[in-house]
Ligand binder design. Sequence first.
Ligand SMILES: Nc1ncnc2c1ncn2[C@@H]1O[C@H](COP(=O)(O)OP(=O)(O)OP(=O)(O)O)[C@@H](O)[C@H]1O
Ligand SMILES: [Mg+2]
Length: 594
Amino acid sequence: MKRGMFDLDEMTGRHLDWALFRRFLRLLGPSRGLAVAAMALLPVATAARLVQPLLIKLAIDHHIVPGRMSGLGRLALLLLAAACVESLIGFWQGYLAQGVGQQVAADLRRRGFRHLLQLPVAWFDRHPSGRLVTRLTSDVENIGELFGSGVAASFGEVVALLLVVAAMFWLSPALTLVAFALLPLLGVVLLLFRRRMRQAMRQVRARLAGLNGYLAERIAGVGTVRLFGQEQRTLQEFDLLQEDYRISNFASIRWDVFLFSAMETLAALAIAGVLWAGGVSVLRSAVTFGTLVAFLEYVQRFFAPLRKLSGQYSLLQTSNASLERIFELLDQPTEVPGDTMMNDGAGAVRFDGVAFSYDGREPVLKDIDLAIAPGEMIGIVGDTGSGKTTLGRLLLRFYPPSAGQILLDGRDLVKLDPVAVRRRIGWVSQDPFLFAGTVRENLDPLWRLSDAGLQSLLERCGAWQTVARVGGLQGVLQERGRNLSAGERQLLCLARALAAEPAILLFDEATSRLDPVTEQLVQQTMERVRQGRTLLVIAHRLRSVQGADRIVLLHRGRIREIGTHEQLLAQNGRYARLWQLQQLTFDEPSALPP
Ligand SMILES: Nc1ncnc2c1ncn2[C@@H]1O[C@H](COP(=O)(O)OP(=O)(O)OP(=O)(O)O)[C@@H](O)[C@H]1O
Ligand SMILES: [Mg+2]
């Protein structure tokens, strides 16, 4: 297995954190008011928390040590009140901040998915679906946490730190210096490892996406895995990917744990130092006993937010990686909208010197010149891989031609709105796709036909029996139409194309999976619906295009022969040979017993 295949979206760019962060802030958008409220509550909660050691100091120095009872009860009550305010405001603050985070995540998921739906079809050739799912789920989830547990909380901790430092200085500058003596070490550690932590987080995200992509693909193709007895090998490949993921995840957790331990050690050293220096000062009466107790409390309260900040630092790094991945997706250029003002022409199509290549190197279509009149039926035949499907995809504007142009009713396809173009073309793809949902939702998503109209269409295509079997128009199709046979799926897709009543019908092997009798029924229906419509039929079975006005034979991406069935037979070329070959292989459907 080529490992590189699964590292598709590992980010390498070194984005400026600040730029990412500013962009993140813009995501807050509609929740900005709530976000500000959540932030504004933080200093209040923090102040309520930090006033508590001062109250303790007062109690010790003014009441306990001098032995004065009066007023002690009031101080205790004040302490209780401060604690209550702290937890109450803390609750609302967390509630608001997490709410904003979830809202941001929901908005982002929606935006990401909307963007995905507008990306050119070609883009998806390079981006496996499993990876994209990871971006829209777990990456977005991380970003949701970024506000609630990251930004707002970090802001709170920073405020707490500043207040604590102020209080400590006010109580005793000398002890403060002792407590902070080793702090610069921490700064050095953070600076040194920042880059590597970032890299580790990026890897975690990319590898998780790779793992998900692999899982999604193998689960979809589980039948093939079993068929070839590839369970063992699949497991080995999975293990490789998983091992990569485990290693990078472990690396990132290691940074996390390391940072946490470094912080703990620093805290212990600081407390020991303060206890020693402070104890000596109390004994020398340089500071009061209450001051020392309060100071020790503050040292604890200084390192607590610092510890939390270190955790948030990891979260920030993870979210940074996720932000990069989401923004990278959002920055992909969408399909160019183009002119929506379609002239409702009759469906004339012209290929003018069209060439195309998927990868920019290997040409798949070359010098395609073909003018199709409205109402004409064109058969397209040719070898496997000769470019027939590709020709259809170009017409659907899924890919732009690399040279030449395609004209739809005289207008350059590239300049027309893709949505409007596709609305005018009914397409039955070579591998029919149906969604989980009702028959009705699948066949007539735009709700053009009445139930009766849809039913009669299905009857005419010979698909009603199938639909009746799954419970009529409200019957449920499973994911990808799995509860239907391949031929039944094809029939439904055919009906779906016809239901839209488009000006142009494009059938790519649309009847290849049907039995001869059903195929004949479909042919008759097609004869009827083709009135006033342009019809392009791609087929291997030459009989299905025999009646076409013209037949195009593609060979290695070029038009090799073109003409009516009779003309092509008379030419005695490739088409004639194929015809003779197929006459020998296929039975006459009419010769079948009823
Ligand atoms: N998404 C893609 N990315 C890269 N190459 C592709 C892609 N789709 C098709 N090709 C290549 O383009 C060529 C033409 O493919 P196309 O699907 O148009 O053939 P076709 O005539 O429809 O064949 P078939 O009769 O098997 O359906 C093939 O060589 C194929 O390998
Ligand atoms: Mg094809």
